[in-house]
Design a protein around this ligand. Sequence first.
Ligand code: FES
Length: 326
Amino acid sequence: MNDKIIIKRSDFIFAKRLLWKMRNGNTKFDEREFMARGRDYLFNYAEKNAGPLDPGRRAFLKGLLIGIGVLAVASAVPLVSSLNPALVSLKKFPWMIIVDSDGKPIEASKFPVNDPTIMLFQYPLLGDITFLINMGDENNKPVEIKPTTVVIPENGHTYTFPGGVGPYKSIVAYSAICQHLGCTPPEIHFYPPQYFKPGGVVPNFLPSVAYNAAVSANAKSVIHCDCHGSTYDPWHGAAVLTGPTVRPLPYVELYWDSNTDYLYAVSMNLHAPPIMDHPSDLVGAAYLDSYDETTGCPKLIVQKNQTPTNCYTKVQSDGNTFGGSS
Ligand code: FES
């Protein structure tokens, strides 16, 4: 009999995130509270720490509880882990062409400036969602984002952010997972310079502490997380403007091919803080959906004169981490 539990890949990513939070000292799951309040506590906990629960996600968690037994929450961590225990890792960062939702390559010169809807892509592993933003001034003219030194408030260390790419050197990519406790869009989002120009209208959904910090730092735009108020400066390497986060958003290094106008995600800076809850940017929950078992690389990988080989390897060999039922 096949006793494997079948879960969707997206639910698996969610479960992994939840587990990270449950184990994390700052967000530790309170088992006694769970025993007292049951499912409501778990739902609230999951919503607060791992992201919004739509009906499908609630049903998934409910199913998980039925599967493990409500009184056996202590076993939830090993049980969920056993659904698919293997983390996967990259030997090196792959080159990946960035495409829109139709699979069409993004053309840098046509990419909207200051677009509040923002393009998201996943890199380097599944669930590693990343903002792609074309920075501009308050008139939506692209603005060069210069290289800068970014300070990590947590430890005082620094690293270099290489600046923007594209015809105006205005396009940047930052992790869309808040470095405080991991909230994701729409909780974390981008505010363009129209709000911050002299006489600009203060958005009533941006707390004054964040707005004032942006204005006094002369920040032209911000990325702000509604969950607990962390604010980042996307013109300066997504440096921290307001806590509680003590880590800047990691950036994805981009390459612009001026012949084709296409954009590529090519690397991340291992001196920058890793993506929230990752031991390293090279390690994560699962491969990208575009993983190609023949080459071991994303199918969308394109690099001139290069045959991609062995992009990925597994940390553990047990479990079918790619192409399996999860
Ligand atoms: S998750 Fe707490 S501020 Fe973003």
